[in-house]
Design a protein around this ligand. Sequence first.
Ligand code: IVH
Length: 705
Amino acid sequence: PAAQDGGRPGRPHCPVSADPRARAVVRADELRRLIAYHRKKYYVDDAPEISDADYDALERELREIEQRFPDLRTPDSPSLRVGGEPAEQFVTYRHRVPLLSLDNAYDEKELREWDERLDRALGGAARTYVVEPKVDGLSIAVHYRDGVLERGVTRGDGFVGEDVTSNVRTIRSIPLRLLEPVAFLEVRGEVFMPLETFRKVNAERQEAGEPPFANPRNAAAGSVRLLDPRITARRRLDCFFHALAAIEVATAPPTHWERLGLLRALGLRTHPLNERCDDLDGVLRAIERLRGLRHGLDYEIDGAVVKVNEADLQDRAGATSKFPRWAIAFKYPPERATTRVRDIAIQVGRTGALTPVAELDPVPLAGTTVSRASLHNEDEIRRKDVRVGDWVVLEKAGEIIPQVVKVLPERRPPGTVPFAMPDRCPACGSAVVREEGEVVRRCTGATCPAKRREALLHFASRGAMDIQGLGEALVDQLLARDLVRDVAGLYRLDLDTLAGLERMGRKSASNLLAQLEASKARPLHRLLFGLGIRHVGQRAARLLASAFGSVEALAAASEDDLLGVADIGPATSRAVRVFFEQEANRDLLRRLAEAGVRTTALPEERAGAPRLAGSPLAGKTVVLTGALPGRSREEAKALVESLGGRVAGSVSRRTDLVVAGQAAGSKLADARRLGVKIVSPEEFERMVAESQAAAAGGAAGAAIE
Ligand code: IVH
């Protein structure tokens, strides 16, 4: 067929049938060919012929046909792109050929030394090279059998990785079917997260109260290892292939460069900036060219990979136990810039945390202009002795956010003074305190405008009450005119007041009122999250809503009651208690309830989440060691988890319980040393039975309510 030799597929010559199924067969076949053709044009040739929308329409039509006639679904169905059911855990997979790592060179001298070693190993044989960008992501091995994607495996330790096939299928630049039905093919590539996606994912995580990823590489690695492929699908990962690891056809081409060409012919994307070089000087020029180009890309490149081009010479050079001798990674040093600290400003967050931020003379660094850098906290500033007026070195290495690496003492102007954190909140003048064991200072002012602003924005955010239209500009106006002091005040706003604000017509004012009205009926966990109680993120809020069922019950819960909820730890329990002990907070909740905001859980929030207080395993961290009669390790683990406990792999001071079966080893010794409670398998079974009874009672109680 035309698509297989790269030409544009034409309409198949087929008699038109009246039978809908027969018609579907023909059309599905045609769609598959069109999809294969246009996906290669888009991903591999970087020369799309149709718009993204038209391409999506082709995939959609095929998905619809497959939905109507499920037997027409093939292993390269576009429905696989959206991610299937979540897995319990990943299966490990032993690589057919180990995934070696690369040795590094940090400058020209080290690169020349590598080439000299190579020259000796190859007895001076003439060779050429390929230089490729080293995309900063994670290594992946992908197998195709009879042209169909069969398996995707992470690098792991190089010998054994994890089978992440369902997640790999969601990556659109990885074809589900090759353009030729090759018997077997293993390719290696680098999966990464584009910077734009990385920023979006982190913004969403922050809004949801989850910790942001430190850099795109961690984000990509975390996303490939998610058990729920539907979430991976939304992370929009991307991939370039850089090596042919195994192929079962007559012969693989004799050079790496031609092999890269073969990958493209099969529909596998390789990096467009790869270059073939005749000698080492050419290699150095290619490395310099890449250095200049790398900041223009929408993903991070931390170096260049230099490879010997001739496959027979690669084989002759061989490998050490860790690296191939025929390839090396040239690492670009992290980019640095020097600039002056104009001022050190203090930001006040929602929890009252004071964060020092360096305001800088703007300076270009790694593709952007930097004018601010977080100084994290006072200990960090003291350690580096950063002062207003200082010249500092900034670095961006892997992270998007610039860091102050050090101060240049020789350029310190006279008259600077060590920076001192304020004793009073810069926003409201209230006292600030630094609690035992914390690195941050917090404002204690209950009415601090900076805290209020952040609290209002958090309450309205998407993961919380989702009040659209209540953004920064509006919150600032509401606070400046003293129209709102806390989140309950939002529900007393009226049309005339809102319509009288800047950049607010009657239309947007009434939209906002409708949004506020709708927010009153949100599930309880959204309200709990929206209150901004310390340590209560979205997950904890769900657990609390399901365990207690109402604000009133939660407010009345003791710290022990809270600790009895599976996965609610001591810090959260304490924080919830502290929150409800404040009269101002109880008053706030009364006013929210009076305004008509739901303070009880929806039935579905409570369902399936029995109250586990009183169960001896709920909330406990358990370590299993030795053999448990009649139960596999997996079974015992699942059991503990279903009863609200957590199973850890090693014993620490945080372990609550060690179950010591027959032939228990070093974990038992650790437990004795640390004084952790140890129980026999029989005692464990008793605890399980008791927990099951508690869970059954709790569930019944919840059902009656
Ligand atoms: S070749 C035997 N090519 O860098 C050769 N690796 O530090 C093995 N990487 O684990 C690797 N871009 O994940 C190769 N164009 C490229 C690469 C590349 C990124 C990664 C790869 C590898 C790591 C080694």
